[in-house]
Design a protein around this ligand. Structure first.
Ligand SMILES: [Zn+2]
Length: 81
């Protein structure tokens, strides 16, 4: 419980509950493993904001700060299809 309060306190009282929920959702996505575009294993992990590294093949890519594929990259994919 103490750690939960601490994490919410980082964003201050000026942010609403809805935003805090959104942030925790984003943090969940950022901590989760994602599919590597090189070897297609679920080994892509966030190393730093915008930097994603595959633990399986060491593939390194730039992506969104909190998730490897942002809406912008999705739009790009659609354009090239
Ligand atoms: Zn990989």
């Amino acid at each position: 419980m103490a750690s939960k309060l601490k994490s919410a306190a980082r964003f201050g009282a000026r942010y609403g509950l809805k935003i805090r929920r959104e942030v925790s959702k984003i943090e969940e996505v950022s901590r989760a493993k994602h599919e590597c575009p090189n070897c297609f294993k679920k080994s892509l992990k966030r190393q730093a904001a915008g930097i994603w590294v595959c633990k399986s093949c060491n593939y390194k890519m730039a992506g969104g700060a909190y998730q490897p594929y942002t809406d912008a990259t999705k739009i790009m994919e659609k354009m090239f299809r």
